[in-house]
Design a protein around this ligand. Structure first.
Ligand SMILES: [Zn+2]
Length: 428
């Protein structure tokens, strides 16, 4: 049973139904405007217009590198962001309530080749209750649910007591400079929700990742006397096996219940290998690049140290590697893990809102990928979670789509979450 006022729930459900056609048209409009990372300007004009038309205090601000500089390691900074502003729309509360940010990133990945899609990549077509197009699920649908959650709450006759801040941010897909700028220079709030496609699971914890490059040395010799050399490939095999044992040990150590659903909580993936220069020479060099996962509670600095210690320990056990220490470099793309406890009040409010809409409890779990929530938690010291309609598996693929029924359900939940977190009073 939900503790939310059943009249409030009924009215909000009705308001979301009343606004559904308009919300769908809005989502079609913004899906049809291309906004691959780096080219978000045009869609932001359309969104700012809509925010202003809804009477929101609307701010259009480009991220500035001077603001981002202290956090540069956490994003992939571009030389500049001109023509690529964040759009922030603020509804000032009536007073006395907690404030809430509802965030969505507006950039998308590349649409990909037309022949892999059944229809135009930005069609916005609706087929069997799903709206198709690059960005429909990840995550223009999220923006449409955030915006219409506020509009539905108001149409239902309520005004939030705390401020509600709608954010459409740029540059998430390449590291999150937009959200970071919004956190550092935009309005603060008592909590933030990012409506990434989670299939309406509540995600209070996100994984981090660190990209590494390892150089392994060998000793060259002619293949006909290969025993007189030492193969860098064979030396790497020892190190790789050791890193996989490290991964298995870490998986056994991590007891956070939010990660219990994941067989591999902190994948260590080696994605690139290069070695040697000639088939009949013993390779004297090898370079491996990979990505190691982290869970909340681990810091970038702490984990780097642990990783280096592990490489040293593996090397110390091998006769060749102990005298030829592999060299580790850190690549760009270092994303800290972040999270809030599974019993945080923000989780409680969203879970309650979900229960009131769905009639059952939501899944609450951590994820092994990264998202903008780390900026809110780590740089902004604001509690944050992910919750939204759509399936992330469709997000970067051909024929990306979002089911409209799920979008409407998420919109109801978010409107109820605003009511639960910010408080409401009858609109005058
Ligand atoms: Zn996304």
């Amino acid at each position: 049973m939900s503790t939310l006022d059943p009249i409030l729930v009924d009215r909000i459900q009705q308001a979301v139904r009343d606004l559904a056609a308009e919300q769908t048209a809005f989502l079609q409009q913004i899906v049809r405007i291309p906004s691959t990372t780096g080219t978000e300007g045009a869609v932001q004009v359309a969104i700012a217009d809509r925010f202003r038309a809804a009477g929101l205090d609307t701010r259009v601000e480009e991220p500035r590198n001077a603001d981002l500089a202290p956090w540069a390691e956490h994003i992939t900074a571009e030389p500049d962001y001109s023509g690529r502003p964040n759009v922030i729309g603020i509804r000032t509360g009536t007073g006395g309530g907690r404030s809430l940010i509802l965030n969505a990133h507006i950039d998308t990945v590349e649409p990909g080749a037309r022949e892999h899609w059944d229809r135009d990549q930005l069609s916005g077509d609706i087929i069997d209750g799903r709206l198709f197009g690059r960005g429909s699920c990840d995550m223009k649908g999220g923006l449409a649910s955030n915006f219409y959650a506020l509009l539905a709450l108001e149409r239902a006759g309520y005004a939030p007591k705390g401020d509600v801040v709608l954010e459409a941010v740029v540059s998430e897909e390449d590291g999150g400079a937009g959200a970071l700028a919004a956190v550092l220079t935009g309005p603060r709030a008592d909590a933030a929700i990012i409506s990434e496609p989670t299939e309406r699971a509540i995600i209070p914890a996100q994984g981090g990742s660190l990209m590494f490059r390892i150089h392994v040395e060998g000793r060259s010799a002619h293949a006909c006397v290969r025993d007189e050399g030492h193969s860098a490939i064979e030396a790497w095999a020892v190190l790789h096996r050791g890193l996989l044992e490290f991964e298995a040990r870490r998986n056994r150590e991590i007891t956070d219940p939010l990660y219990a659903v994941h067989a591999n909580k902190i994948p260590i993936n080696v994605g690139v290998l290069r070695a040697g220069s000639w088939p009949s020479s013993v390779p004297e060099w090898l370079m491996a690049e990979g990505r190691a996962g982290m869970v909340p509670g681990e810091t970038l600095e702490g984990f780097k140290e642990r990783f280096l210690n592990e490489v040293r320990a593996i090397s110390a056990r091998d006769p060749w590697l102990k005298d030829h220490q592999p060299r580790v470099e850190w690549m760009d793309g270092q994303f800290a893990a972040a999270g809030i406890p599974g019993d945080h009040p923000l989780v409680g409010v969203v879970a309650e809102a979900h229960r009131a809409e769905a009639g059952s409890a939501p899944r609450i779990e951590g994820v092994t990928y990264g998202a903008d929530m780390r900026h809110y938690i780590l740089a902004g010291d604001m509690p944050c979670l992910l919750y939204g309609a759509g399936d992330v598996r469709l997000a970067h693929a051909p024929n990306e789509s979002i089911p409209l029924a799920e979008l409407h359900a998420a919109t109801v939940t978010l409107a109820l979450a605003i009511a639960g977190w910010c408080g409401v009073e009858p609109a005058t």
